[in-house]
Design a protein around this ligand. Sequence first.
Ligand SMILES: [Zn+2]
Length: 356
Amino acid sequence: MPQIGYLSEDRLRNIPKRQWAAHEFSFYLHDLIAHLTSAAERHRAGHIQIKIETEKDIEALREASDPIDFLSVTGRTDEERRLMVNHICAALLPDMLHFIHAGLTALEKRKFTLAFACLRKPFNEGMPLIALLCADEEKFFTKFKTDPVDFLDGRRFHRTAKRLAIEAAIAKCSDLDFLSADVLYAYLFDFENPSGFAGLFDKAMHLVTRNSSIKTEAYNLNFIFKDPRQNDVYESSYQVISYVLLCIHLMQVELLKRMHFPADDYLKQLSIRAAGTYQALFLKGRSEIAGSINETLGGLMKCPVCNERVRLRKRTVPMFFVTENLECDQCGHVNQFPLAWLMSNHAGDGVNSQHD
Ligand SMILES: [Zn+2]
């Protein structure tokens, strides 16, 4: 897969060339989640409005330790839940993004242990918590309010509970047929899966590990003697990283829709572009979204250099969706294409359907 052009070559120079596009896409997903988080903040999407009508309310507000306390004391349970969920999203996602950014940057420097130590918390703890919110915020609210430790510590919110939360969240946030809780479970929590992250996460965190599938060999310490010139980590990691980040993005979009975020079509467009890029980069078979774009926008895709009609190909999908540049399949020139504008004009057509 060719370079997407999202990151400078300077950033990519230590990564094997075959994985450049995948690394760029991972960073694009990180930036997409970050951009939506700050856009939500700017639009005050997490704010709620309430009317204070009685003297009793004014007194309660004066005496409350914070706005959530006021809502609780005055029996405004729905508003309390909404504010709490919004508040958690606004605070948890940036925390997850700090670790993801550090993990991806560590991969650019071939610091493998650091990369997996950084990715563990947002992937294995943050993402399942976002999934719980996405799946059933009423249940989350009730339990979180009474005893968050008992609700969320490892004894209760264990691997199986996380799989169930993720399954329920995916059912709410996406109808993409390649997204599944079983795949996420295998990627993040199954120590028996040799290409998953469960073992790598533990090995990155601990010098020695006892679990039979990741037991530290005699005369060794986890990761300490790993040759940083080896490329195996790059070959096996990007599909997992991209898959998890795509899920976080889709769950974030679902949560934003429940807030006052006035951009449903735009959110849908971003999700289609992210999912289409994932499919083109990592899944076998033809790219259905490329076919759908050719059908809907093909009439406008004419190369300004050679004047030929351009068809979007699976290999040119990542650059097209991530940077809005279209590579001519006749002469090879790359030109800007106003994808976002045109997709918003075709909202509701086939081009904006996740199945097409
Ligand atoms: Zn051309």
